[in-house]
Design a protein around this ligand. Structure first.
Ligand code: PMT
Length: 408
């Protein structure tokens, strides 16, 4: 089998197993990763060993598992440093609320948490816990903190849990995790080498007067994640961003704008060097017809105030109409009839692809760290499951790259 058939050939994955019932899936996960060419070493916490035996993991991985900082072998080789140097990816699956909290707070009180602190390489986690524990403010806060530090968060999935509750908190199935590992390494593969991409991100602000504006809840996280991942995949990025509270991504040309009009001008100007245009921004469809140069005053006796709005330019539609157009990818943020509305926009705006974003589902879309998309071309559909926005970005860019290359 060649590398194309075994996409993880030569990849070294350190599998950290923490103590959740989903640990029983790790034997299957290891087997599938090895089938795809990966080399696997396993680290188990004390609790993990309550759910699956070290002997099982040793047998499927072909290596003695590591579980302590204090064995003579560990001390002789400073095992935690050796292991993190060896690995191309540290994958923690299942990742319990406890190990997530340790990661977020930099606690290193066993081998696995010490490895997390010692590694300079990428970490991916697959959360698995009861739905209440997952939704707890502390867990959500910890997840946001580690996502900010570039930890990939894969899952969780929704469904029946071991305790009988139903909801978010199931570890992703081994097949899904293998696909995520393949995509993760594909993002290293520079599949967008030398491609110039313009990305719009964040909200627009449409001023009413010097102190007020119309806007929306877009945080820019999805667009910025696409910019970061596309840059890592080798693309030259122009990121046209509405007002957001995010750090500028490295090695990306960042153009800051406020209004849809400014975003439109910057987008047209970027066409000088643009092979792919990705419109992730939540652009205000309308703006106030008139900008009041002084702060509008509350008027005595007037309870209803009408503000006349006029249409903004449709940025992606105008980009898709230039000759020759770049490869155009739109988003469709919808709360109902998602597929129908997305397909209408794909056609009306003359796009090559559209990423439908169901923003009626809590925990995804606007201002969250995770998302899930369904990408439509004229004839096909691709589902990107609920995951950290960086992971969603990698999968989206992989789909875009294949279609862009096919069209060239
Ligand atoms: O920023 P985050 O908090 O991470 O949230 C991400 C997101 C939910 C904003 C993002 O995933 C998303 O769905 N972006 C599109 C939001 C949107 O405004 O969709 P729309 O259906 O209204 O617009 C359709 C497409 O036309 C979009 O590509 C939009 O960028 C583009 N558009 C819309 C209006 C306009 N005047 N010009 C445009 O280019």
């Amino acid at each position: 089998m060649n590398k194309r058939q075994r996409p993880l050939l030569g990849k070294k994955i350190l599998l950290g197993i923490s103590g959740g019932i989903a640990a029983y899936k790790c034997a299957e996960l290891t087997r599938r990763l090895i089938e795809q060419g990966a080399e696997i070493r396993v680290v188990m916490t004390a609790c993990a060993k309550e759910f699956i035996t070290p002997l099982t993991m040793q047998t499927v991985s072909g290596h003695v598992i590591s579980d302590s900082l204090f064995t003579p072998q560990a001390a002789a080789s400073i095992e935690h440093i050796e292991l993190v140097k060896w690995a191309n990816l540290l994958l923690i699956a299942p990742a319990t609320a406890n190990i997530i909290a340790k990661l977020s707070n930099g606690i290193a009180d066993d081998l696995l948490s010490t490895l997390c602190l010692a590694t300079q390489g990428p970490i991916a986690i697959s959360p698995a816990m009861n739905v209440q524990m997952y939704q707890a403010a502390a867990t959500q806060n910890n997840l946001s903190i580690i996502a900010e530090r570039d930890v990939f968060i894969w899952g969780p999935a929704e469904g029946m849990q071991a305790c009988g509750d139903v909801g978010l908190g199931r570890m992703l199935e081994p097949d899904a995790l293998v696909d995520l590992c393949i995509n993760f390494f594909a993002s290293d593969a520079k599949i967008l080498s030398s491609v110039s991409i313009t990305i719009t991100a964040g909200p627009t602000q449409e001023a009413l007067d010097p102190v007020r504006y119309i806007s929306n809840h877009s945080s820019g996280k999805m667009g910025y994640a696409i910019a970061v991942c596309a840059q890592k995949m080798g693309a030259n990025i122009t990121l046209i961003s509405g007002p957001v509270n995010l750090s500028p991504p490295k090695n990306v040309k960042l153009i800051k704008v406020l209004s849809a009009k400014e975003m439109h001008c910057a987008s047209l100007a970027s066409l000088k060097e643009c092979d792919i245009f990705i419109a992730c921004a939540a652009v205000a469809d309308y703006k106030p017809a008139r900008f009041a140069s002084q702060k509008m005053k509350k008027q005595q006796g007037i309870d209803d105030l009408m503000i006349k709005l006029v249409k903004n330019p449709d940025i992606i539609a105008s980009i898709a109409s230039v000759e020759p157009p770049p490869f155009c990818v739109g988003f469709a943020a919808e709360t109902q009839d998602v597929k129908e509305h997305a397909l209408k926009k794909l056609k009306a705006k003359k796009l090559d692809l559209i990423a439908a974003n169901n923003v009626s589902i809590t925990d995804q879309g606007f201002n969250s760290d995770q998302n899930a998309l369904t990408v439509y071309s004229k004839s096909r559909q691709f589902d990107i499951p609920f995951a950290d926005k960086k992971e969603v970005a990698v999968q989206l860019l992989t789909i875009i790259s294949k279609h862009f290359t096919a069209k060239e």
